[in-house]
Design a binder for this molecule. Structure first.
Ligand SMILES: *[C@@H]1O[C@H](CO)[C@@H](O)[C@H](O)[C@H]1NC(C)=O
Ligand SMILES: *[C@@H]1O[C@H](CO)[C@@H](O)[C@H](O)[C@H]1NC(C)=O
Ligand SMILES: *[C@@H]1O[C@H](CO)[C@@H](O)[C@H](O)[C@H]1NC(C)=O
Ligand SMILES: *[C@@H]1O[C@H](CO)[C@@H](O)[C@H](O)[C@H]1NC(C)=O
Ligand SMILES: *[C@@H]1O[C@H](CO)[C@@H](O)[C@H](O)[C@H]1NC(C)=O
Ligand SMILES: *[C@@H]1O[C@H](CO)[C@@H](O)[C@H](O)[C@H]1NC(C)=O
Ligand SMILES: *[C@@H]1O[C@H](CO)[C@@H](O)[C@H](O)[C@H]1NC(C)=O
Length: 432
């Protein structure tokens, strides 16, 4: 949320300067002023806000401030003069959100992220009554307690139920919300981005509500308790447009492979399931979504045994992290990994002491050329290079960079890493 907010803030500042200039110039557009009723509503909002940094100093009833469309963080429709956008993210504001804001019936965008409007209280129920809201960010605001179920009404209240005027983006991350995510979230069928991450005591229940959000593209439920979501994998598959999925620290139950093959999601690109104690049964789901995945993080789970060759079928994979599991054996060298993963750039296997084979320091059983200790090599650098090239699988003889954490290597066994494995790889991090 943070980075997004900062960008938005910059954007707002640039816009302010731009509008300021045109107003001072010729333009007849400059005549458009906010409605008195909406201005009063904003002033009422200001009254319940503690503003130590004077962020709202441009908000006032003085003559030179009379156009609220020029107030910091406020945007109006330039034809109607109605307030459509409030962006007060990361402004060090405290206090209550005044319900007077409901007067702004054309408000589409409300970003109060990264302030302290919660003060340990619940999200106010009236937030659910903005009938045209498309973007809501109340992340990082110390809201506590359960999420009001009425929030699911944000879509259904929309004028004539026109999807293109309905809620698209909800961010309630980094609060201290508790209890079940209300099933009514399934009513927000126009949602594209949903971020409820880092609400440690929030419970996703069986996440059935999620399967109704068929326009969802980004879903972040990091650190939300999903231990009851036994069908989470099938639910995710039912979201046809989902691209970015973050389910780290969710206590995810293991995948039970269904009787019929998984109907795979074709859209998923970023999949982060790290820190969940998942077993290798995840493969039955994972390898059914092979074609689209770009970024896969399965670190800190309970994967055991050999690294499956099927990773090699993930033709779009750029980042793969398998660290901190209990994997063993070699990195698959023959087809498919060797030739198929043409795009792989980052491959991390920290903490996997039972893995072996180039470029890892442990020789696999039966492997002829292992990695030679640097301190005990009498041959010329050129000969060494040739050996390493010979040891590398065909077609994988370039790599831009190798990142090795050497702390745990006994010095004589310090491997000399070749510049010649996994085609096009730019970073390989190994910490055994
Ligand atoms: C009015 O707003 C529309 C859409 O936001 C924009 O395309 C247009 O350039 C604006 N006109 C003026 C005069 O600022
Ligand atoms: C939410 O919607 C339900 C059903 O559409 C309705 O009964 C309820 O009164 C609404 N709540 C609010 C706060 O608008
Ligand atoms: C929905 O709203 C959009 C934009 O406001 C408009 O272009 C479209 O015609 C509306 N559709 C319906 C069915 O009202
Ligand atoms: C997660 O939820 C389950 C059941 O809802 C509960 O038993 C468990 O204690 C929760 N975990 C944490 C860490 O709160
Ligand atoms: C897809 O899932 C089914 C089980 O649901 C499994 O038997 C099959 O091997 C999977 N496909 C791939 C390519 O792994
Ligand atoms: C996949 O789709 C087919 C046909 O729609 C259905 O019969 C099957 O049960 C589905 N599999 C799963 C695991 O949902
Ligand atoms: C170099 O390796 C040989 C055999 O592998 C070993 O006998 C010798 O002690 C090593 N020398 C050093 C300096 O480690």
């Amino acid at each position: 949320m943070g980075e997004k907010c900062i960008q938005l803030l910059h954007f707002s500042v640039v816009l302010l300067v731009f509008y300021g200039n045109t107003a001072a110039g010729v333009s007849s557009q400059a005549k458009i002023r906010c409605m008195e009723r909406e201005k009063q509503a904003l002033l009422q909002f200001k009254e319940t806000v503690v503003d130590d940094d004077g962020v709202l100093s441009s908000w006032g009833s003085e003559e030179d401030k009379r156009d609220c469309c020029k107030w910091r963080g406020v945007r109006c429709n330039n034809r109607t003069g109605r307030v459509t956008k409030i962006d007060l993210s990361i402004s060090d504001l405290r206090g209550k959100i005044s319900p007077s804001l409901l007067e702004l019936q054309h408000l589409k965008y409300l970003n109060l992220g990264g302030n302290d409007f919660g003060g340990g209280n619940q999200i106010p129920v009236f937030i659910a009554s903005f009938s045209r809201l498309q973007y809501l960010d109340c992340g990082g605001n110390s809201f506590h307690g359960p999420i009001p179920h009425q929030l699911g009404n944000l879509s259904s209240l929309s004028v004539s139920f026109n999807l293109s005027n309905s809620i698209v983006d909800v961010d309630l991350s980094y609060n201290q919300l508790k209890g079940l995510i209300p099933d009514s979230f399934g009513n927000m069928i126009s949602l594209v981005n949903l971020d409820l991450s880092f609400n440690h005591e929030l419970d996703g229940g069986n996440i059935e509500w999620l399967s109704h959000l068929s326009l969802l593209r980004d879903l972040d439920l990091r650190d939300v308790n999903l231990s009851q979501a036994t069908n989470w994998a099938e639910t995710i598959n039912s979201l046809p447009l989902l691209k970015n999925l973050h389910l780290e620290f969710c206590q995810l139950p293991n995948v039970v492979p269904p009787a019929h093959p998984f109907n795979s999601s074709l859209s998923l690109e970023v999949l982060d399931l790290s820190d969940n104690d998942l077993s290798s049964s995840i493969y039955s789901w994972l390898f059914n979504l092979s074609n689209s995945l770009v970024d896969v993080d399965l670190s800190s789970n309970q994967l055991k045994g050999l690294i499956p060759d099927s990773f090699g079928n993930m033709i779009s994979l750029v980042n793969l992290d398998l660290s901190w599991n209990q994997l063993e054996g070699g990195i698959p060298k023959k087809n498919p990994i060797e030739y198929s993963i043409a795009k792989l750039q980052y491959f991390r296997i920290f903490g996997e002491s039972s893995t072996c084979g180039l470029p890892l320091p442990n020789k696999c059983p039966g492997e002829e050329i292992g990695v030679k200790p640097r301190s005990n090599d009498t041959r010329s650098q050129e000969e060494e290079e040739e050996d390493r090239e010979a040891a590398a699988p065909e077609g994988m003889r370039t790599c831009a960079e190798v990142e090795v954490d050497q702390v745990e290597y006994p010095i004589p066994a310090m491997p000399v890493f070749c510049s010649c494995f996994l085609k096009d790889i730019t970073t390989l991090s190994i910490y055994v």
